[in-house]
Ligand binder design. Structure first.
Ligand code: ADP
Length: 411
């Protein structure tokens, strides 16, 4: 496929040569004058086009970069400054998956080995049979935005850290005042103090969530990824969380398998384990538990009756966990915003229930750490379903990784 801004030896054979030339010229003017870097990579990994914006950001002169393999020029590094290996680079991934890739937190290593934060998007060019024939990468230098975001996050994180201590002290003293063995108070004072105690607990939770979300935003969230088997992890989490739901009269179910062919993975009455597939992924088990428990606690919080189902399924590429409830549901217009910071649905079904609006934002940040995706589907009055997709490791690959790095954790 030839694009207007690729070098072309001959002009078009169609009648409107002038029109084509004009549009090519216009295109070249745009591509050569925008600040964003634009790079065209063919299916051999060779850079076919490299605009001046790309040269400016990467430090690679246009003529040096054009015609060589992208891996020499478009080197991405992780937040520890280590070069991301070719096998897992998004420039390789795009030819495998054919799916558009966006990464707002990418870091490009320049020719002089400096690191430039970039917002990167890579689009595949597909032929008629759906094969990726080329990829176009567009990237923007976001150094200033990142510095400002960091300043904001630093402020929030310091402020919430400092405020947690006095709030914890107030909460402690209120608990003492409410303790019959320590204090004597009349029933009206008890009522006031109970309200104050619950608001202080809410404030403490808000500071905790603020601190976690600030860390998630500037990449300071601690993560110790390992090979984990999600079936075992989910089953254990379900058992740990079951009590809170059952206390509220909600039934809890754990289901493994496709939605049409649900297999109960719990022990049978005879005590044997039902055989189920193994769903391996590479992530920090504590962080994944945090996400599951957040989704589960929301399901309990917003559901008055019925059941909560924790599900697990997948295909060769993806493991999918779900948390479904029979609660009030979420209006369609709110669904795309649920995972934004401080977003709370403004309706009587959920607004009156306490919360910070940060839980789902933190869930998204955690899942994105492991190249996964989290989203919700719902219809008002018909309950809500939250889904998490994580890249699946084959059992063979998981065993290899466990053997070679002793990277597995007992979950
Ligand atoms: P919150 O602390 O408010 O629960 P979250 O970020 O966890 O914050 O959730 C954001 C909003 O999404 C909630 O305020 C609620 O309106 C809605 N929500 C989340 N989970 C559910 C659910 N299971 N059922 C209905 N609404 C939900």
């Amino acid at each position: 496929m030839k694009l207007p801004w690729q070098k072309s030896s001959s002009s078009s054979s169609t009648g409107s040569v002038k029109g084509l030339n004009d549009s090519r010229l216009r295109f070249e003017v745009i591509i050569n004058n925008i600040e964003d870097g634009v790079v065209l990579i063919d299916d051999q990994g060779t850079i076919q086009s490299f605009n001046p914006g790309a040269a400016n950001i990467s430090g690679w002169p246009v003529d040096d970069a054009t015609g060589i393999n992208y891996s020499q020029v478009m080197q991405l590094v992780n937040d520890k400054g280590e070069v991301i290996p070719n096998e897992v680079s998004p420039f390789t991934e795009i030819f495998r998956s054919g799916q558009v890739i966006h990464d707002d937190n990418a870091i490009l290593q320049t020719k002089d080995k400096k690191q430039v934060p970039v917002s990167l998007s890579i689009n595949p060019l597909l032929n008629d049979s759906g094969q990726v024939t080329a990829a176009i990468a567009v990237f923007r230098n976001v150094t200033t935005q990142r510095a400002e975001e960091k300043q904001r996050a630093d402020f929030i994180s310091t402020a919430s850290h400092e405020m947690r201590t006095p709030v914890a002290a107030i909460e402690g003293y209120l608990a003492l005042a409410l303790n019959d063995k320590v204090s004597t108070i009349d029933s009206r004072a008890r009522d006031y103090l109970e309200k104050a105690h619950s608001s202080t607990q809410h404030l403490g939770q808000l500071f905790q969530d603020l601190l976690t979300s600030a860390k998630a935003e500037d990449g300071r969230l601690t993560s110790h990824p390992a090979v984990i088997e999600l079936g075992g992890l989910l089953e254990q989490s379900t058992n740990d969380l079951r009590f809170v739901a059952e206390k509220k009269g909600l039934f809890v179910e754990f289901a493994v398998g496709s939605s049409n062919n649900t297999i109960n993975a719990r022990r049978t009455e005879g005590g044997e384990r039902v055989v189920r597939p193994l769903y391996y992924t590479y992530a920090d088990p504590d962080r994944i538990r945090e996400v599951i428990s957040n989704l589960f606690e929301n399901a309990v919080k917003y559901t008055d009756e019925g059941k909560i189902t924790i599900g697990l399924t997948g295909d060769n590429q993806v493991v999918q966990c779900s948390v479904k409830d029979t609660g009030p549901g979420i209006p369609a217009e709110d669904l795309p915003h649920l995972f934004q910071k401080f977003y709370r649905v403004d309706n009587s079904a959920t607004r009156t229930i306490g919360g910070t609006g940060l839980g789902l934002f933190i869930c998204r940040k955690i899942i994105e750490l492991y190249n996964g995706r989290v989203w919700a589907e719902s219809e008002v009055g018909k309950g809500s379903s939250f889904y998490i997709n994580l890249p699946r490791l084959s059992t063979e690959k998981a065993n290899q990784m466990i053997a070679s790095s002793s990277g597995a954790k007992d979950v």
